[in-house]
Design a binder for this molecule. Structure first.
Ligand code: NAD
Length: 357
């Protein structure tokens, strides 16, 4: 029986409640497909501060690095908001991301058929969109040096950052995007601002070089401002979007929002020591402990872990199909409830999804 070791970080707020449902779903998958999942549940964020006095410990990091994948929920809450920056829950998140050093952020942008009317765009514009955004995560303008705010001799203050990429950083993220595209509709749109930025010229050159190894994939380039416009005009033209750190950051939030279900989408950081899988939403402290949190994002995040972290494609599909069917049948937690739906709590939503697997 195939065995997999999974680090589990329920974190804070609604994290433990939605993680519980995700693990129940995983156990159903284990039973159906004869796998064994071993869980290492570890602390991060506020709960780690409360227990160990810091947002993550060296032991926790070592544990995560020894497993096959990390399933994360969310961290943060008012209780820890006034701590110094390096002691806050989010510092634990930054530390684990650094230890893992996953350079490829993967954000699938999918419309749940039953949720089309939740988008601010017309249903016919967003119907059936299925995009994967591959964003470079550890370089670009957020990390480039020099950076800072200085006072010039004439008293004027100047703030600056450096947008830089080395060829190998572009090459490795492009390879991730091309390999995703090969398993999908075989189309990549690479995003840049090559009409203005030198770094974008290098980006285009390297992406074109990598393309030679993937002749079955169609490649086109798009300026980031046009891409922002095209995403709301005709999102179904996109299959895989490849972008650097800042452009990918902005476009992925825009793209998630047009699905109408931002709070139900997963994301991943891969390419590093261990794949890390997490929902797009935060710890929702306003509804924590009320048993009304929507577990769907955590559950589809688990599907993403099975597919991209453990190579279990059929198992991932089984979860996603079960979520689609559950939503089609009208089951809704309060955050996505509309008249005519069946209102359920966190556990009942988990039950309904498990029933469909
Ligand atoms: P949030 O995503 O936690 O919540 C925004 C709104 O969406 C809230 O009204 C919340 O109730 C609702 N919501 C979110 N997820 C939901 C779910 N699964 N089911 C039902 N409703 C849901 O963002 P926020 O309010 O800006 O941040 C709250 C806390 O989460 C803060 O401490 C923040 O720092 C933290 N946060 C953590 C992460 C992370 O761990 N990756 C990401 C974002 C925010």
């Amino acid at each position: 029986m195939p065995e997999f070791n999974i680090s589990v970080m329920p974190g804070d707020g609604i994290g433990p409640e939605i993680m519980e449902q995700a693990l129940r779903v995983l156990e159903k998958i284990a039973k159906k497909y004869s796998h064994k999942f071993n869980y290492e549940t570890v602390y991060i964020g506020g709960c780690s501060i409360d227990k160990f006095g810091k947002p993550i410990t060296a032991d926790t990091i070592a544990t995560v690095l020894s497993t096959d994948a990390l399933l994360f929920s969310a961290v943060g809450g008012e209780k820890w908001d006034n701590l110094p920056q390096n002691m806050r829950p989010e510092a634990g998140l930054l530390e684990i991301r650094k230890a893992i050093s996953g350079y490829a952020n993967i954000r699938p942008i999918k419309v749940f058929p039953a949720m089309e009317t939740f988008s601010t765009l017309k249903a016919e514009v967003i119907s059936g969109i299925d995009i994967v955004i591959v964003r470079e995560l550890v370089s670009g303008i957020y990390f480039g040096e020099p950076r800072g705010v200085v006072k010039l001799p004439d008293g004027v203050r100047k703030g600056f950052n450096t947008m830089s990429y080395k060829d190998y950083e572009i090459e490795r993220i492009a390879k991730v995007a091309f390999s995703f595209a090969q398993k999908r509709r075989k189309k990549i749109t690479s995003i840049d601002k090559a009409n203005v930025l030198d770094v974008s010229t290098l980006w285009r050159d390297v992406v074109s070089e990598v393309h030679k190894d993937y002749p079955d994939v169609a490649l086109d380039f798009m300026y980031v401002d046009n891409a922002a416009m095209q995403l709301v005009r005709n999102p179904s033209q996109f299959d895989v979007i490849l972008a650097g750190n800042i452009f990918g950051d902005i476009l992925s939030d825009e793209a998630s929002m047009i699905t109408g279900s931002l709070g139900m989408l997963p994301s991943a950081a891969i390419g590093g020591n261990v794949g890390m899988f997490e929902p797009v939403h935060g710890s929702a402290p306003d509804i924590a402990g009320k048993a009304i949190a929507n577990p769907v994002a955590q559950i589809v995040t688990t599907a993403m872990m099975l597919r991209y972290g453990l190579g279990l494609e059929a198992e991932a599909n089984a979860i996603e199909n079960a979520v689609d069917k559950t939503l089609e049948k009208g089951y809704r937690t309060p955050d996505i409830f509309k008249n005519g739906n069946k209102k359920v709590d966190t556990i009942q939503m988990g039950d309904a999804i498990i029933e469909e697997i």
